[in-house]
Design a protein around this ligand. Structure first.
Ligand code: ZN
Ligand code: ZN
Ligand code: ZN
Length: 392
């Protein structure tokens, strides 16, 4: 594992400034007085600050007629200074201060006395209820209402800029190399959890800052899409669904490849039934990916994969949506699912991951991260999508 990570692109400060300006414009346009952003992906998107999630309030305030500022506990000040990638005023609070009042000072009085306040979707209920109590007592307002930050930030975050795509691509390539290493290593006789531990170590060695998940689903477990790696011992003559990912400078990787381990025994190669199932799946994943283009409804990509799989009689065995958006969160907009008629936009990044699961027997899944380009799909993962028949 001596791979030296490629030079890492960085989201420049100008990009964060631009995001803050755009969201300030949306606040005005949609009639909000302010946006309150707690710790989480929205805060990271707007400032680069990956703060600790704590009971003490850390919160970015983007209001009207006031420059954005961040409220942080005094003991977190230097962490905030180091973590913020854009100059934002820091207002600290002492242990006995009221951080909620400090934050609400950034919410200006509205003309009609009604405060519309947007809050980040991941803001803890404990903080939201404290804001609610403060707003109820605030004499500046006759009334107030909360809205979700995703109604402002969702559309911005779903369209990745070139720096974000570069990071997603680096993360994807790192995950590709981990798949290759696992597929080329020893598997038979080891437990799923042992292999999962190796996956996590390799993701970190390949430059990930976090190894978030490592699904190693062998034999009958491969029929469970979100199987948690267990103490089951991998045997020759069965498939393994390997679905792994983490984050690289905050941006997610998420790849699934299906292996078949033979233990070096020609008699333990996949049978015709499994090869047929896998061929159908591979055709569906390829067709759905090829369909990606700007303007196409997100649900149409799902339909391409689903129709192909259903036509071969596996419709009931494809038990989840075709994909999810990915970025600072492992699952975010846009979702490739029936009912989502939103058109794809250049810069959308999402998984294309159909699967077929025969309960109690076995399953298979293939997953790539795909960016919607101006003329079609830009597939970030490069690992072969064939069934990996390996000695294991
Ligand atoms: Zn999943
Ligand atoms: Zn996955
Ligand atoms: Zn996924």
């Amino acid at each position: 594992m001596s791979h030296s990570p490629a030079a890492r692109p960085e989201v420049p400060a100008a990009r964060y400034r631009d995001r803050l300006e755009r969201v300030a414009g949306l606040i005005e346009e949609r009639g909000f007085e302010a946006l309150l952003v707690g710790v989480g992906p929205d805060l990271e998107y707007l400032t680069g600050y990956r703060a600790l999630q704590l009971e003490r309030l850390t919160l970015l305030v983007v209001g009207r007629d006031v420059d954005p500022f961040i409220v942080v506990p005094r003991l977190e000040r230097s962490a905030a200074e180091a973590g913020l990638r854009v100059p934002v005023a820091i207002r600290t609070w002492e242990e006995t201060d009221d951080p909620y009042a400090l934050a609400l000072a950034g919410v200006r009085e509205s003309a009609d006395g009604e405060a519309q306040v947007a809050v980040s979707d991941r803001l803890w209920a404990a903080h939201l209820l404290a804001f609610q109590a403060h707003l109820a007592e605030d004499e500046r307002f006759d009334a107030f209402a909360f809205g979700l930050a995703s109604s402002l930030l969702g559309e911005l975050r779903a369209v990745k800029d070139p720096d974000e795509i570069a990071l997603l691509r680096l993360a994807a390539h790192a995950a590709d190399r981990v798949v290759a290493a696992i597929a080329g290593g020893r598997l038979v006789g080891r437990t799923e959890s042992d292999v999962a531990r190796e996956v996590r170590e390799r993701l970190l060695a390949e430059g990930h800052d976090e190894a978030s998940f490592a699904i190693v689903a062998s034999g009958p477990n491969s029929a469970s899409p979100h199987h948690d790696a267990s103490d089951r011992v991998i045997q020759a003559g069965e498939p393994i669904v390997l679905d792994i990912g983490g984050t690289l400078d905050g941006y997610g990787s998420d790849i699934t490849r299906t292996l078949w381990v033979t233990g070096g025994d020609a008699a333990k190669e996949p049978d015709e039934r499994y090869r047929h199932l896998f061929g159908v799946l591979q055709g569906a994943q390829e067709a759905a990916t090829a369909a990606v283009k700007p303007g196409l409804a997100a649900e149409a990509v799902d339909a391409v994969a689903r129709d192909r799989i259903a036509a071969e009689g596996y419709g009931e065995q494809f038990i989840h949506r075709t994909g999810h958006g990915i970025g600072l969160e492992a699952h975010e907009d846009p979702y490739l699912v029936a009912g989502n008629a939103e058109p794809l936009i250049v810069g959308n990044a999402f998984s294309v991951e159909p699967g077929i699961y025969i309960e109690g027997r076995y399953g298979a899944r293939i997953e790539d991260i795909v960016v919607c380009g101006a003329h079609g799909p830009d597939v970030l993962n490069e690992a072969s999508r064939e069934l990996h028949v390996v000695p294991g």
